[in-house]
Structure formats: structure tokens, C-alpha cells
Design a protein around this ligand. Structure first.
Ligand code: CA
Ligand code: CA
Length: 546
């Protein structure tokens, strides 16, 4: 049978069917259910031999996003599309589908995600339009017979961050955002958010009648809301600022849209995150300084300014500049210079000799080292904000550089426990700031047996009690011991657990408030089976608060 859900034109999707008429899969699409991708570092695996030949005749690899109810959203990959491009696209679809807390329409997208999984919505990756349109009888047979909704994305339209086509003098548009919005829109949003869909339709008709949006010639009227949503989403994320006279939409920036097309802006703001939450991996061939913020002489920065999680691949001595939002910047194995700029940023230099760049003199900054994590706080408002740095070697201020071994760690690990059933010694770490005024302290425990209950403990005195109450471990606390029993945790499959500590209401003495100058000691108690039921502890860690 002819697949009724497919349009072959590269920018056009067919949405002429209702949700009730959509299939749930069949012998072909159904053969993709339950493929295990968990053993692959990037989640991409060869298609197993159990998959129907109609699929394996065309594609050789597979990945998926699993909806909340366990149903898969399939990704089918042609041999000539790279894993890096597919993983990039998958991260973008995950962003489109992820809740945006506090937003008007997007605060709970669970039904949307489950709709896509229930329908077995499928992305197919071909290298070029020719390999799709003129791919031969096996491609045609796949397109005709596959029983679930399909959306195509072409490898040569996926523009990876930092690649020549991304940063070059004529930066190109990455089609991933658009095509993945189409899949999400058709099979997630429409079946589950009819009120939002009617607002999109109204905004689209208004934009067309007001001459703001000119649909591509030949676009069926029913498809206009889809193309309009995707194009305005791209514009909102700065993807058309390099080509303001594109002929399709009269606006090219967020500011212009807010003034001239507020209907769609309130829809976009109400559904998508204002800055990209997906990880952007800057390709290993990039050299120089990657700007995740606007630089007037760099056209690519009109779009990269909305990236908030950027990681450098490869080994080049690359620099990375963040924007004024809270962000995550990760270096590569080269010597990196990194600047978080405003907001609260997490910076990880990885291997190499890495330098954190600051735009004021050293005296303007508070620098605190706790358990290997450096906090750098700019005391001048609205400038560098507060950064958390790991794996850095140096800070560069305007009046000089400071080596990180200058700073003394305010956390101290002491008193190891004993091996638990995993064979390892459980570890405890403190994350946050030793400055009481920051009110920022978390505890994490690792090397725990999985799926076991436990809770954290605190005291103002260290100690060593061997095997308390029949435990196989050692309790490294003395004096009055507080138990965070209102925050009982279960360890995950990775053998970790963690809590945020309310420094103004410690468990014992009840409601104690941590004061500057005090030293507190922490450990974690957890159940274990070794092989009979028992318990164990992490070692101890102390923090001297300031
Ligand atoms: Ca920032
Ligand atoms: Ca590095």
C-alpha cells in the first residue's frame, strides 16, 4: 500500500490524516520495537537481523528516543549519514519534546511524547535528496510499505556546530531543527494539544493575510501552519539573521518578531526553551574561538548566541565564549581558554592546561575551592556572575594569571569506610560553595550498590565507629549525629544518590543553621546485600564554612 503519511518534497510534510486513523505499526515498523541501544556510547546501533528486510535493504543503523510509557520514536539511518549528525539531530528532537517548566503550553509534554511513541513516529536519514527521491526500487518499496509516520532529514542539510558550513563566511541553516519540529508537530502536538494547534493556525492565517509570511509556492493550504511554525521557530532562534531577505518571512530576529508578529512569539515562548538546552558539540576540525554569544563580526553567532551547552571535541587548543545566561561549557583535551560570561556557568576544562578568563581584576572576585570544584564569584553585579570550574589549571584576570594550586580546598576527605557488595569503597562528595551566604550545598554518594535505600548524615564532630549496629562499614562521625531522613534516597542503577542541603535547617540539632567559621562533617548510610541484608557507609568529608 502507498504510505499515506509521506510527502517526498523535502520541505513539505503531509498532515492530511487524523490521529485516530494513524497506524500503530505493523510487521515492518513493528520489527523495530525493542531494539536494545543501551550498550552503544552514542545510542546508535547496527540494525539487528530481526528487523524486516524492507528496512534493512535501505538503512544500516538505528537509534531511538523512548517515550515515558516505553514506546519508541524510531530513527532509521542510511549508510552514508554519520553517527555524529544523527546524534546531533536526536538531541534537537529531545529538546523539542522536553518540558519547559513554567511555560504556557510546554510545561508538561508527556502526552505529546507518548503520542509520538504510540504512533511509532519515525525519522529517516538519507544523505542527499537524490538518494531519497531516486534511491531505487528498495527505497520506493520502503516508502510505500512502511506502516508508521515518516519524516525525512538529509545528512547534507545537517550542519554541525563549528563545521565550515556552520561558521563559514556564508553560514548555512541547519535543517535539523525544522524537520524534527515537523515530526513533533504532526504526531505529538496535534494529537494532544488541539487548543495550541488552533492558535498556531490562527497565527499562520494572520501572518499570511498581513503579508508577514509567504508560503513556498505550491505549498498545500493545510501545510501552511506547519511550515510557518518551523520557519518562525528558526527565526526566533536566530537562524535567519544572516539572510534577512529570504523571501519567506519578513522578520529576521526575535526583536523584530516581538514588535511585528507577537501572536507567534507568545506561542514560541510558551512551548520552546528560550535558549537551546541541547548539547552542541563543536566539531574537532574547528580552531580559534567558538562564540556561543553574539559577536557583530561573526554571522554564525546570530544563531550560536542561543546555545547554552557547548562542548569542544578533538584536541585543538580552542577557546570557548559563553553568553549571559546560565550555561555549561566543556573543553576538549587541548589547552582551552573558556569564559562563562554572565549567569551561573559550569565550566569543565577536561584534559590539557585550561584557563578560565575573567574581565575584571582579581580583587573583584571571590574564589573558593571545595572538593575539587572551584567557585569564582564576580562581586561586580551584571558582569561575570558565578562560575563553577573543574579541571582547570589557571584563572586569567585583567591584572594577571593565578595558578589553581594557589587555592586551598575547604573540603577534606577523611576516614575511609570498607568495601561494600560492589567490591568498592563508597565515596561521598560535596558540591557547591563553602560560603554560607551562597546557601549552595549538595551531597552526592557514589560506588553504592544499585536500588538500595540510604540517607545522608551530618555532625559537627568527626569520629570512627567500626560496624555500628551490625553494619559492615564504619561511621566516620561522632558527637550529635543528624540524619537527613526527610530526604531518604534510593540509589540508581549507576550506584549514586544525592540531596540538596538546606543549610538553614540542618536535621540535628533540629533546624540548626550553618554559621561561617563552623566545620561540618558528612557521610552517607545505605542498605546493602552482601550477601545477606546489612548496611554500609561512605567515608567522611568535612567542610569548613566561611
Ligand atoms: Ca553564561
Ligand atoms: Ca582542555
Amino acid at each position: 500500500m502507498k504510505n499515506p503519511f509521506l510527502c517526498l518534497a523535502p520541505l513539505i510534510v503531509c498532515f492530511t490524516v487524523t490521529a485516530a486513523a494513524l497506524p500503530q505499526g505493523g510487521p515492518i515498523a513493528g520489527s523495530l520495537d525493542n531494539i536494545d541501544t543501551s550498550g552503544s556510547p552514542d545510542g546508535i546501533v547496527p540494525l539487528p537481523g530481526t528487523v524486516h528486510p524492507t528496512i534493512t535493504n535501505v538503512f544500516d543503523r538505528y537509534t531511538k528516543i523512548t517515550a515515558d510509557n516505553g514506546n519508541p520514536i524510531h530513527f532509521l539511518i542510511h549508510a552514508n549519514v554519520s553517527n555524529a549528525k544523527v546524534a546531533h539531530a536526536r538531541r534537537i528532537l529531545e529538546q523539542h519534546m522536553t518540558d519547559v517548566p513554567g511555560s504556557t503550553y510546554g510545561s508538561d509534554k508527556r502526552a505529546l511524547r507518548e503520542s509520538m511513541g504510540n504512533l511509532r513516529a519515525t525519522m529517516m536519514f538519507f544523505p542527499t535528496i537524490d538518494s531519497l527521491d531516486n534511491g531505487g526500487p528498495q527505497v520506493d518499496q520502503f516508502l510505500d510499505d512502511y506502516e508508521a509516520p515518516l519524516q525525512d532529514l538529509l545528512g547534507d542539510e545537517i550542519i554541525l556546530p563549528g563545521s565550515v558550513r556552520y561558521v563559514g563566511p556564508n553560514p548555512e541553516r541547519d535543517a535539523s531543527y525544522e524537520e524534527l519540529v515537523h515530526l513533533m508537530h504532526g504526531y505529538g502536538l496535534i494529537p494532544t494539544m488541539p487548543a495550541l494547534q488552533s492558535q498556531i493556525e490562527n497565527a499562520a492565517s494572520h501572518a499570511v493575510s498581513a503579508g508577514l509570511y509567504s508560503p513556498p509556492p505550491g505549498l498545500p493550504a493545510a501545510d501552511i501552519p506547519f511550515e510557518y511554525l518551523a520557519f518562525t521557530m528558526e527565526t526566533w532562534y536566530g537562524m535567519w539573521a544572516h539572510e534577512p531577505n529570504n523571501g519567506e518571512y519578513v522578520f529576521s530576529s526575535r526583536l523584530e518578531m516581538e514588535a511585528g508578529d507577537p501572536n507567534i512569539v507568545s506561542i514560541l515562548e510558551g512551548f520552546f526553551p528560550p535558549f537551546h538546552s541541547h548539547r552542541a558539540e563543536v566539531v574537532a576540525t574547528f580552531s580559534g574561538t567558538f562564540h556561543a554569544r553574539e559577536a557583530s563580526n561573526l554571522e554564525y553567532s546570530f544563531k550560536s548566541r542561543y546555545l547554552n551547552h557547548v562542548e569542544l571535541l578533538g584536541t585543538a587548543n580552542t577557546a570557548l565564549r559563553g553568553n549571559r545566561e546560565d550555561g555549561t561549557l566543556v573543553g576538549n583535551s587541548g589547552n582551552n581558554r573558556m569564559q562563562g560570561a554572565g549567569g551561573q556557568d559550569h565550566l569543565d576544562g577536561q584534559a590539557g592546561f585550561d584557563t578560565g578568563d575573567y574581565i575584571g581584576p582579581q580583587a573583584d572576585y571571590g574564589v573558593y575551592l571545595m572538593d575539587g570544584i572551584l567557585t569564582v564569584e564576580d562581586t561586580v553585579p551584571n558582569r561575570d556572575g558565578l562560575d563553577r570550574l573543574v579541571n582547570f589549571e589557571q584563572l586569567q584576570f585583567t591584572d594577571g594569571a593565578v595558578q589553581l594550586d594557589t587555592y586551598v580546598d575547604t573540603a577534606n576527605h577523611y576516614c575511609a569506610s570498607t568495601a561494600n557488595s560492589t567490591g568498592a569503597l563508597a565515596q561521598i562528595h560535596v558540591v557547591g560553595s563553602p560560603l554560607v551566604s551562597h546557601q549552595d550545598l549538595s551531597l552526592t554518594a557514589s560506588n553504592l550498590p544499585s536500588s538500595q535505600f540510604g540517607y545522608f548524615l551530618c555532625s559537627q564532630s568527626p569520629g570512627l565507629i567500626v560496624g555500628p549496629g551490625g553494619s559492615q562499614g564504619n561511621l566516620c562521625l561522632g558527637g550529635v549525629i543528624g540524619r537527613f531522613v526527610t530526604q531518604v534516597q534510593m540509589s540508581g542503577s549507576d550506584g549514586t544518590m544525592g540531596i540538596d542541603v538546606n543549610m538553614a535547617a540542618m536535621p540535628d540539632p533540629a533546624q540548626a543553621v550553618i554559621q561561617p567559621g563552623e566545620t561540618w562533617h558528612f557521610a552517607c548510610w545505605f542498605r546493602d546485600l552482601d550477601p545477606t541484608p546489612t548496611s554500609n557507609f561512605t567515608g567522611g568529608v568535612s567542610v569548613q564554612f566561611q
